[in-house]
Design a protein around this ligand. Structure first.
Ligand SMILES: C[S@@+](CC[C@H](N)C(=O)[O-])C[C@H]1O[C@@H](n2cnc3c(N)ncnc32)[C@H](O)[C@@H]1O
Length: 189
């Protein structure tokens, strides 16, 4: 899969639904690496990525975080991008659906086995109700003490952490992304 193919499939989905995609370009590999370096997968755990798009962060999770593809569950709402992810990562579990339905998408046996949820969702412009449904769904599948990683473009925390009962930690900004992006970690207060 070439970068040009990635851009083409991303661009077609972006034209169809710009609000859902929430970016004009796929993430840079550098941003993917910054996210992946925050992930430590313990024995028996699985990793979940939500809003995977073309799979730039997915690729970094496999390479930088050394995650076996069989332990990576990827959720993507856009059917075209989900098909692209299936083709690009045939050994990962690609789940086409809404991140707000994470417990149902993953199934009962994986609940509490998720160490980290890695999110590329355009979460900041979403309504409070939608943000809350995605945060609640993520923490419903996370193990106790598990965390939600999220990147965002503006220099502000992307979620109302206190209102949602979360502790937010800024993990730095990547300038080599268009636009530059900051990575945040959220845990339950
Ligand atoms: C900014 S793009 C992701 C970019 C990705 N990191 C890449 O490099 O291609 C956000 C993605 O989230 C997906 N998305 C938006 N809302 C979603 C939801 N509720 N559940 C799952 N995926 C969603 C979009 O379809 C889009 O692919």
């Amino acid at each position: 899969m070439t970068a040009a193919q990635d851009w083409f499939v991303f661009w077609r989905s972006m034209v169809d639904n710009p609000a859902r995609i929430g970016a004009v370009l796929p993430s840079s590999p550098r941003l993917g690496q910054r996210m992946a370096r925050q992930v430590r997968l313990l024995p028996g755990e699985v990793l979940v990525e939500i809003g995977a798009g073309t799979g730039v962060v997915t690729q970094a999770l496999l390479e930088e975080a050394d995650v076996l593809p069989e332990r990576l569950y990827i959720v993507e709402l856009d059917p075209r991008l989900a098909a692209h992810l299936r083709e690009r990562f045939p050994r990962c579990h690609v789940l086409e659906g809404n991140a707000a339905d994470l417990p149902a998408l993953l199934g009962e046996e994986l609940i509490g086995k998720v160490g980290t949820v890695v999110s590329s969702l355009p979460i900041r412009p979403m309504s409070r109700a939608v943000q809350r449904s995605i945060v609640d769904a993520s923490f419903a599948v996370l193990k106790p003490g598990g965390s939600l990683l999220q990147y965002t473009y503006p220099p502000l925390c992307p979620l109302p952490a206190e209102e949602f009962g979360l502790v937010a930690e800024g993990l730095g900004r990547t300038w080599r992304n268009l636009p530059p992006a900051a990575v945040w970690r959220f845990t339950r207060a």
